[in-house]
Design a protein around this ligand. Sequence first.
Ligand SMILES: Nc1nc2c(c(=O)[nH]1)N[C@H]1C(S)=C(S)[C@@H](COP(=O)(O)O)O[C@H]1N2
Ligand SMILES: [Mo]
Length: 401
Amino acid sequence: MKRREFFKTAAVTAGAAALGTTAAEAGVTHQPIDNRKIGNVAFPEKRPLITYSDRPPLLETPREVFTCALTPNDQFFVRWHMPDIPTYIDTDKFTIHINGMVKKELKITLKELKEDYEQVEVAAVLQCGGNSRSAFDPTAGGIQWGNGAMGCALWKGVRLRDILDRAGLKKGAEWLAVQGKEKAAYYETPNFIRELHLDELDDHVIIAYQMNGEDLPYLNGFPVRLIIPGVYSDSWIKMITNITVTDKYKKLFFMDHAYVVPDNECECETPEKLFPKTKPIYRMNVKSIIGYPTNGAKLTLKSQTVVRGVAFDGGAGIREVQISLDGGKTWDKAILDSGKLGRYAYRTFRYGFRPDKLGKLEIMAKAINKLGEEQPLAKDIKWNHGGYKYNGIDVVTVEVV
Ligand SMILES: Nc1nc2c(c(=O)[nH]1)N[C@H]1C(S)=C(S)[C@@H](COP(=O)(O)O)O[C@H]1N2
Ligand SMILES: [Mo]
């Protein structure tokens, strides 16, 4: 058995055993873990964030940041796979190499990227496919993220299409392999490469060098990263050094083994019986997170309170966010803001009310997109071994005093 497979099985088995789950109950979800504290060490260009590891850096954004339409760069979450990430970039020498089945190989410098191509901007949500994974029970393999492995930014850069047009594609070209600068530390760990089909490249897919009006933070992929609006961010390669055009799809680790869900209609399985066929995760499902109030907050009886949060989906756009204060029996519409950022960005929402009863109060938020797709209750989310695509209705429990 390969090491990685061993870890996966071990995590699943241990999870089930520790919780005493029987086969019949196995594969349920609950609210993601939400009581982790912000660390006391800040990484370069970052404020202190929820820290899972410093090698590689794994940082989560705390819930209270999800009241803003654009996530500040210094609070934006961070995820790297390899422990050895490059720690120095010579911006004068850095190039993105375009090779493979192209008529003309290109080595694009940062200056050329900023001056020789049309510059475009898109606001888009970057969310790890494993965001909220800690909701899965038994434990699904991977980092046990709470809700903060996501953020929204205004990205500026150049359309990948324009770059490929400049290089010129040879006949039969169909696939792209996009690679980051870091190298795998051990021979059995694969490099971080994402393959894309040329048909996936619409005008919104860009190579970005700016995030919210500034250079990308180092940890978010300085100097350039891929932006694929509406799609989970395991494909948003950071620190791009190489784009290779090919005619054939190569089965690569991260797309074909790591970032996959069961290839059946419910995209679900049980720990006892994993579904044999898988597919890469791709378009994001509809989701919302409450940024204010946070769990454990104290609200004052009868005083005006505004629930705030963010909602997004895979690009259809958000139609409605509803709030429930009675455990999901009745739902009331929240006001949606930030619509001008476009269909790939967060819609911020707000909902005013006056708490009228002392004691514990549960606040629930549910987003519905323009296709009519809505978030399920946490308990109705089906299990998958990678713990991907969680989008249960968010619940925050506060106390009215
Ligand atoms: N080069 C490189 N790009 C990468 C990764 C990586 O490990 N190396 N991780 C991917 C994954 S799984 C995620 S969730 C996002 C995280 O982006 P962020 O660190 O800017 O939040 O980057 C993606 N791009
Ligand atoms: Mo991820």
